[in-house]
Design a protein around this ligand. Sequence first.
Ligand code: EPU
Length: 421
Amino acid sequence: MDKFIINGGKRISGSVEVSGAKNASLALMPATLLAPGKSSLINTPRLNDVYTMIKLLTHLGAEIEFNDHTLKIDTSNITDLTAPYEHVKKMRASVYVLGPLLARYGRAKVSLPGGCAWGPRPINLHLEALEKMGAEINLIDGYIEAKAEKLKGAEIYFDVSSVGATGNILMASVLAEGTTIINNASIEPEITNLAEFLINMGAKIEGIRTKTLVIEGVDALSPSDTGTIPDRIEAGTLLIAAAVTKGNIVLENIDSGLLRAVVLKLESAGCKVNVLGNQIMLDASDMNLTPTDVSTSIFPGFPTDMQAQWTALMTLANGTSSIKDTIYYDRFKHVPELVRLGADINVVENTAVVKGVKCLKGAKVMSTDLRASASLVLAGLAAEGTTEVLRVYHLDRGYQRIEEKLQLLGAEIKRVSGKEY
Ligand code: EPU
């Protein structure tokens, strides 16, 4: 297990390219199961969750080449319809293979994902919708066993707008018999990326970017190619790296529409932000960091995946801010670690109340999950002295070598490999 050693206090400065979106890739990759043949996914980020999905698809029989950032997946010879526990326990998004396997092969066996570092993350909406489409679902020995000779179109309503359930049911419905309507669908950009890829494959989908998707099932799809959208969470994390160190940054290859809420909040906090084509420029060099409340919500709201990073930024604001997570009520594992760096944060129910302090002081801190780790790195960049962030394997799940990007931007951060971290 690796750790990061950060010598804080260096201003982030320079320009950097944003990688492809992890959460788009994790939906696009299983979608290739829907059509026999070779599909290409361009701009795929090289990060550990993508490698986990590669292992899972390879286990199912897919043949995969990953050159630079182009992933070629050949699904001509799928020989196994089981997603085993060893893969699913590493990454909950493995459950994305359920919809496409069931749609194309009439059966699938997928390990139940279980809990997650910050509390329960159910998949009831995925399963209830598949049942409504005629699937027979049994939970046996920790596995979801699903079968349906032919899925049937149905009208679905999600009580909660769920990214994963929308993606799974979208993939199931494109090969179902008849029309499926998904009400209260997710409109996150990663779902739009998926829907557009499915259309490239021959699917009939209307209502993209709206909360009602109408899918007319087709008999077969063909393999296709698509680009992966830029990672709005990596982009937001890098913008905060500049903000928290009073630096300046130019993000390349990013559509600002993907993270409008984050950009507007950064402006409220005192940063100067300019957007020019596919670039976002942020200047925080003479900023007075203003406490700025956020409340997470579904797209286009402030993303829950940026909540921990925002908390890190607000630890140094000139006053008190409140950060509420309405998507995941318990997603505050980063807080006790930020407190070890000198932050003053009190969590009440699903809100972190952050009293800004004059400075953070380097210490050893422990990563507990992906975005929590990102917040610790950000705090470490701003802290006086040395911060060691242990267990950065959490970070490696979702960021493509973030320390290399930060080094290019002037940060003093290095990766140290060792067993005990
Ligand atoms: N929910 C249910 N039942 C379900 C599914 C979801 O009650 O069957 C609830 C969840 O408990 C949560 C809300 O619905 O309160 C939204 O969850 P969602 O299903 O949208 O989350 P997800 O699909 O499991 C994706 C991202 C997460 C991100 C969330 C929210 C992927 C692979 N993961 O998860 O990303 O936090 O959407 O935007 O796309 C991350 O990248 O760090 C990450 C955790």
